[in-house]
Design a protein around this ligand. Sequence first.
Ligand SMILES: [Zn+2]
Length: 164
Amino acid sequence: MVLNMDSAASTLNYKFVVDAMLGNLARWLRILGYDTLYDKNYQYWKILEISKREGRTIITRNSHLAKKAYKMGLSYVLIPKGINVIETLIYLKQNGVINVEYPISPIRCTVCNGPLEKFDIGKWKCSKCGKIYWKGSHWNTIQKTVIKVANSKLYDDGEPIKSK
Ligand SMILES: [Zn+2]
């Protein structure tokens, strides 16, 4: 496990750019309110460029990308292979990359990362793409998962956490 981040910064201030392979993770980070850029067509040079330009932490499962980020002095997290998206969230939480609290509120559009605006009781609208969100039964499922993430611990393979 490699973590190359400024530990003094508040986790709530982190902004992410996520590897093209991790679309599901990007969606969950947005649900948790994190400003997360993701595109399934992002190539490595693009991810590195965005990270550098916007001060975003790269999240990847690819060690080549992580190595490039390291050489460029960029903030990145290399997540272990073979863990699912929920375990990845637990892993990020456990390593101080994200803060998971509940109940959560709709903050960010899971489709386009745009900020949501409340426009009716229990209804939100994406200020960028117009998608409507409401707290239906789907929301309860999400909330349950967030509670699970907030209360779980993941034991990694004992590799030390490396810092810059
Ligand atoms: Zn949107």
